[in-house]
Structure formats: structure tokens, C-alpha cells
Design a protein around this ligand. Sequence first.
Ligand code: GLC
Length: 465
Amino acid sequence: MLEEAWKQLENSIVEYKGKPIGTLAAKDKTSKSLNYNQIFMRDFAVSAFAFLMNGDYEIVKNFLEITMKLQSKESEMDCFLPARGTMPASFKIDRSSEGETLIPDFGEKAIARVAPVDSVFWWLYILRAYVKKTDDWEFAQSNDCQQAIKMILELSLINRFDMFPTLLVPEGSFMIDRRMGVYGYPLEIQGLFYTALLSAKELLTDNKENKIYFDNIDKRLGHLVYHIRKYFWLNFEKLNQIYRYKIEEYKENALNQFNIFPESIPSWVLNWLSDDDGYFAGDVGPSRMDFRFFSAGNLLMIINSLADRGQSNAILKLLFNRENELIGEMPMKVCYPALTGRDWELITGHDPKNEPWSYHNGGSWPFLIWYLAAASIKTGATEHLSKLIKMMERRLSRDNYPEYYDGVHSRLVGKEARSRQTWSIAGYIIAKTLMSEPDKLKILVFEESPEILTRAESSKHDLDY
Ligand code: GLC
């Protein structure tokens, strides 16, 4: 099946001016293509990791160069133009008699006009993986790359209207690119932001002129570790604390800094956690704790070491303590539980594509297996991995590599799932490769750094909200 998956992945390659530059989101001839016939930044990241592990570097470098060209360069006050430093969610190639042109989509054409905050972070993560594998420092240190990195840092580190280290983003700004109540400080964006800062720290040229960037990266890394580990972490003990929270605490020394009302704890979570497991909440903001479990965000925290050792183990424990709910018959659920009833009506705006246990609302996405494989191998908790990959192998190829599965136990091919979905194919390839060659993991992971931990310790004083 691995061989067949490679063939499918190669089939999805797109060329521009005679060079491979990316992969289509899906190569499904049976459904309306909408924008699935474009190259998505986040989808290509999964292809890029697979290509790099296989020693195919050219397509990844070409992609990085092309997307750098598409990055918005001008400082604008015009709200109809993308902000300086941003990168598109996706792009396509227009072919006419005059030649080939790249057409980016910064969200102005996407369904529901969602703005992709994650694209720049994926770009940095891909660049870091590329350099880690190839040692092509000449490329990373080129003026163009250095410029692109600095623009991303300026865009994401600037202070705006709020006073938290986490990044405030609009609805649907990442893989969940529809209305799902993921505006504010969604976990996945914070994980990607952290990954991108770690990548920039490795890739920026160490000189006097860049000192200000390094200083700000270091400061923010420490703040993020402190804030996320302290405020987003949920285990039974923490849940009990929240259950007993006092409200309306003013100024310093508040225990309930965000004024979370204990009545907002959903009943499902009260009996869900065991003594040995835990996870990071989906979001924490003013009077808001999103108790849903989001897979990509949680697993990314293990991969980039934003989670400490104990938290990493606890997240993986939870996955298998709650295997029926979180994994079912196809790894794995994008989030848990699904929004139902009035919540679904209000939060999704009656979105039929996101009905309970479908698509982004509790559907299962095979591409997520790469996160699970990377996180399990990093922590050494691999006992379930081969069983899960075997389970995927029973269905994935037979079902023609669907984009997602539906149902409480993820048994049904998703109602509107595209087939031959590229990141389902690439995700499987990564997991399978890592199983047999775990040392290839090094291009994806970040180890915990004592320097960042020291900074996190001193963040306590700055972040005494
Ligand atoms: C859908 C998904 C998004 C993905 C895109 C292309 O819009 O929600 O995460 O990037 O399809 O596969």
C-alpha cells in the first residue's frame, strides 16, 4: 500500500514553468473541485514532510521559493489588501496563451472569506524541516528567506489590542476553516505560532541587526510556555479547581484570572478524565474556556515540546483511555465532542457540512495520523501505533483515500469527502515511514530547551494578570 500511496502522491504534483512546485489538495474527478484543485499551504506541509523524508528536496525548495514570491510585501492601510508578511491559504496556476500565472487566495475568494493565519507558520515549519534535512543554509541565509522570516515575525509579534502572549485570531483561520467557534485563541494556532518562533530562532542569521528579533522571540517563547502550560492545561485536578472557582476576582492574586464561570463546564467533561490523563483546552479567553479536545493542537504541543514530559504522556494516555471516542475505526477525530442541537445551530450557523460527527465537527481525518505518529515516537509511547496504521490500511486505499470519515465511531466515508485527498495519502506515508525509520523524526520535532524554561519561569512576574 505504501508503494501505491507514493504513486498517488506523485500523481498530485503540480508543475509551474516546467518545475514541480506543490501538490493539489485533492485529485478527485467525481466531485466539484471548488478550490480543491489548488495548492494549499497547510496541505502541502504534509506532502513536504513526506518528500523530505524520502530525499525529494527539489519540490520543497521550489514551493518555498514560489510562496515567498506570493508573500505580501507592502505595508498597507487598505483593508482590502493582505497585510505585509501574510501568505495565501492556497494558490493556483492560470494557464493561457500568454503563459503561466500564479493566482493566490488570501481569503478573499475562499468559502466564507476566511483569513489564513496559519500559512506563514506552516511556511516557516517547512523551511526548518527542509534545512534540517538538507543543510542548505545558503538558501535559508539568502536575503529573500531572511526577509520573509522577518516579515512573518513583524506580523505576528506586533502588539495590537489585547495583552496576552497568545495570538488573537478570527474564526476559521487554520485547518478548521469554517465557523466552528474557533475564533479567539485557538490551540492549534498557538501551537503553530510557537513552532514558527522556534523555527525562526534557528534560521535567522545571528548578527547585531537581528538582535531585536531574537530578543522578542525569546521573550515570547517563554511567555507562551508559561501561559499555555498554566492556563490551557486540563486534568482532573485542574477541573476540580475550576469547578470550585470564585468569580469576579479583581487585580492581582486572582485564581480565576479569566473569570471562567464554573457553570460553563459541560457535563460530559466531568466524568471524562481519569487520574492519569489530561489535555490542553481548545481555547482560553475572557470568561471562555473551550473544553473541546482538538487533536492537531494537542499533538503539536508534544511535537514542539510546548507540553512538558508529564503533559505529553497524559495527552497520549487520554487518547487510549478514550480510544472509542477519539480514534474509533479511523484515526482520528479532529475534535471531540461534536457540537449538537442549539450549540450547533448558534455556533456553526446551521452549517449542514458541519453537522454533528461530520467534517470539522467531530469528523475523522486520516491525515492527522502524521501528528499522532510523530508525537508517539517522540515520547516513546508507540505500543498502539502499528495497530492504528493497520486499521487505516484496511480502509484507506479501498475507500480511495477520503478526506474525512463521519460518525461517532468514524465508520462512514464523509458525506462530502473528496477522494484521493493528498494529505490523507501523505499523512499515511509519513506515519508508515516513521514506524520503520524513527530517526527521520528529527526534521519534525523540537526538544525542550532549558533556556526557554528559565524564561518561562521569569514570565511569572510579567504575566501576573
Ligand atoms: C478544506 C479543509 C482545509 C483544507 C482544504 C484543502 O477547506 O477544511 O483544512 O486545507 O480543504 O484540503
